[in-house]
Design a protein around this ligand. Structure first.
Ligand code: PLP
Length: 348
């Protein structure tokens, strides 16, 4: 199973980083519209944000092509990954998910003594959907898919995932984490929300943390069958973790399409710069369809992280299939140049 080298020994050094490329944040956010909305709404902080939550839900429902009862908001999608995790794994069981993948819901499941049935990704980094299907058994409480996947940055073609969900969701709930959907190539950018409209028990998560640049403001949502959301709400309250300024920021962000297209374009520019630079160093990076890149490094993750942090460049390191990898998030072009400079020194 893959291993992530912890950044924790360097946590105190994160604020001093010159290039902060370790959490797949969007360096351009929040949008000007979101910032203004936050300032304007501070004085409403004495009120609960029920009305604003409803307004945001209605906007998201229109965007996703569902009715409002298909949407649940949360302070970031992490909160909803946890809520779905808590409500599905209270009695243990198992979760079927790829290896490697994003660990949030798997860790929640494991804390309730559920087993992670880890299915290795294929050599080309695509999900092995046949093996995942075969791993499902009587004890499976949920199947988790993250597309594009984290930490690999790769995708499994949308049509294959659609077919998988269509079949599997009749037996078990399928959670599809679409945190990075907007960064995918347009022809691959197909959300699984359409399956919910077909009555399938698929739970799709989206976030304002990535393309909208609001990681610290905390808004995310899931789209699912009303019956699934009712079950979750029966056990945990949904809207009470939301704050009124974040809701206003999300509403303003949704209206600001230029900010989104600008972020996507700048991300693509940095991604292409880093890929070219890595190629010129003969490093075979993993093809990315998102806002970060994974590539192999010829040294252990632990000393690699230390040396990069010493140069004030924050990244992450993983051990996957006996190979060390660096995961670098796309920052500004200035940060990416600093990153390349540091990498060349450390690898040399
Ligand atoms: N899902 C994936 C795949 C992520 O990479 C992240 C954050 O990095 C999240 C969910 C959680 O994001 P947030 O809680 O900020 O919405």
């Amino acid at each position: 199973r893959f291993l992530e080298w912890e950044n924790s020994p360097y946590k105190d050094r994160i604020p001093a980083l010159k290039a902060r490329l370790l959490a797949n944040e969007n360096p351009y956010g929040p949008s000007e519209a979101a910032k203004e909305a936050i300032i304007d709404s501070v004085s409403m902080g004495n009120r609960y944000g029920h009305k604003q939550a409803q307004e945001l839900i209605e906007m998201l429902a229109a965007k996703e092509g569902v009715t409002p009862d298909h949407i649940m908001l949360g302070p970031g999608s992490s909160d909803l990954l946890e809520k779905v995790g808590i409500t599905h794994f209270l009695e243990g069981g198992n979760i079927v998910a790829a290896d490697p993948t994003y660990m949030s819901i798997i860790n929640t499941a494991k804390s309730f003594n559920a087993e992670w049935k880890a299915v290795k990704v294929k050599e080309n980094w695509e999900y092995d959907l046949d093996a995942m299907k075969a791993a499902i058994d009587d004890k499976t409480k949920l199947v988790y898919i993250c597309n594009p996947n984290n930490p690999t940055a790769t995708i499994t073609p949308a049509d294959k995932i659609w077919k998988f969900c269509e079949e599997v969701a009749d037996k078990k709930p399928v959670f599809v984490d679409e945190a990075y959907l907007e960064f995918m190539e347009p022809e691959e950018q197909k959300s699984m929300v359409g399956l919910v409209n077909k009555g399938k028990n698929v739970i799709i998560s989206r976030t304002f943390s990535k393309v909208y640049g609001m990681a610290g403001i905390r808004v995310g949502y899931i789209v699912a069958l009303p019956s699934t959301l009712e079950k979750i709400e029966h056990m945990v309250r949904s809207n009470m973790g939301l704050n009124i300024t974040a809701l206003h920021a999300a509403i303003a962000s949704l209206k600001d399409e230029n900010f989104v297209s600008d972020s996507i374009a700048k991300n693509a520019e940095c991604r292409s710069y880093v890929c070219d630079e890595l190629s010129s160093m003969n490093i075979k990076y993993v093809p990315s369809q998102t806002s970060f890149i994974l590539f192999p490094i010829a040294m252990d993750g632990k000393p690699f992280l230390k040396e990069m942090f010493d140069l004030q460049v924050g990244v992450r390191a993983f051990q996957i299939f006996d190979q060390s990898y660096c995961r670098v998030s796309m920052g500004t072009m200035t940060e990416m140049k600093m990153f390349m400079e540091a990498l060349k020194k450390v690898i040399a």
